[in-house]
Design a protein around this ligand. Structure first.
Ligand code: NAD
Length: 321
């Protein structure tokens, strides 16, 4: 297949690009290397894939309709995997317009270009944040998800709805995958596991928002990539699927797991909960199991161990002051 992969220079996208190439596909990656975090990290993420002759990197913006249109004119794409986005819950509270521009307008630009070109297969990266503080646990795709707690969550839910509209109007096949906190090598530097590892290693206090009882369903990046590949091979109709580890751990539990992996104790700085944060995330993955055969295989203990091993081997610039 020839795949248009948006956001392929990022954390998840760069792993996915390598997997697509390994499985014999051709990849055109569209990414504007935005400055949400250091673009040098993204250039490094791209290095391996760029050595493959079936890989093309295009530095550009998904909101640039002319550029996106020219890509569809130049390549006979079989499908689009759309990961490009402004990620991050807390920064979206500060700049909601930017999040809607990239995550909603950008998605619409892509869908319209697909419609013009007659390409009708998409796998879209949505987020567990759309569940807000759902009272139904584990989170099921049957929930209405109409109470998002942050502009980021609202933008992802809005993009899911647009995808449904294109399915309804034009017969697009689209799977919207709700990823549950993804971690692993190349993880975005502002995410908790990256920050905590850095703070433990350097003896700096970890800011613990709330009493440590909030919990997250962490998903190792390898399992996410598997879920995306399985979706690519079976996408049909319009479906929303949870792709998670389905084994949540509390914030305190995560910090102890990291302490063991790093081999050092953490210093803790207790602070109030942050606006936009949810109490817990927990994926019901029964639909993904049935529909695409998705099964996560990497436990948090194993995944954190592999993350810390990678982190300590990286000569990456420190990001925490
Ligand atoms: P990331 O920031 O590492 O990757 C996103 C990529 O999109 C970046 O390389 C960025 O440069 C690119 N991008 C941003 N705006 C763009 C634009 N306007 N045009 C072109 N490219 C643009 O993030 P990630 O963690 O790899 O996330 C990938 C996707 O998965 C995102 O859609 C994110 O919302 C979603 N997601 C991630 C997580 C997680 O825990 N990492 C959880 C749920 C959903």
């Amino acid at each position: 297949m020839i795949i248009l992969l948006t956001g392929g220079a990022g954390f998840i996208g760069s792993h996915l690009a390598e997997k697509l190439l390994t499985e014999g596909h051709s990849v055109v990656c569209l990414d504007n290397l935005d400055a949400y975090y250091d673009p040098a990290i993204k250039r490094k993420n791209l290095a391996e894939a760029r050595q493959n002759s079936r890989y093309t990197f295009v530095e550009g913006d998904i909101r640039d309709g002319a550029l996106v249109g020219s890509l569809f004119a130049a390549y006979p794409f079989d499908a689009v995997i759309h990961l490009a986005a402004r990620a991050g819950v807390r920064p979206s509270v500060q700049d909601p317009a930017l999040y809607f521009d990239v995550n909603v307008q950008g998605t619409l630009t892509l869908l319209q270009a697909m419609q013009t070109a007659g390409v009708r297969k998409m796998v879209f990266a949505s987020s567990s944040s759309v569940y807000g503080d759902s009272a139904v646990v584990p989170f099921s795709e049957r929930e209405a998800c109409d109470r998002p707690l942050s502009p980021y969550a609202a933008s992802k839910r809005a993009a899911e709805l647009l995808c449904h509209t294109f399915h309804h109007l034009y017969g697009f096949d689209i799977f919207c995958l709700r990823f549950f906190t993804v971690y692993g090598p190349r993880q975005r530097p502002e995410m908790a596991i990256s920050q905590f590892t850095d703070q433990i290693l350097h003896g700096k206090p970890i800011p613990v928002f709330g009493d440590g009882s909030t919990s997250r369903d962490y998903t190792f990046v390898e399992d996410i990539v598997k879920g995306i590949m399985q979706s690519l091979y079976s996408v049909k109709g319009y479906e929303v699927l949870n792709i998670g580890g389905s084994d949540p751990i509390s914030l305190s539990g995560l910090i102890s797991t990291l302490e063991k992996a790093v081999g050092k104790s953490a210093l803790l700085n207790h602070l109030p909960m942050q606006p936009g944060d949810v109490q817990r995330t927990f994926a019901d993955i029964s639909k993904a199991r049935t529909l695409i055969g998705y099964e996560p295989t990497v436990s948090v203990q194993e995944g954190v161990r592999r993350f810390v091993e990678w982190y300590c081997g990286e000569a990456r610039p420190q990001t925490v002051n």
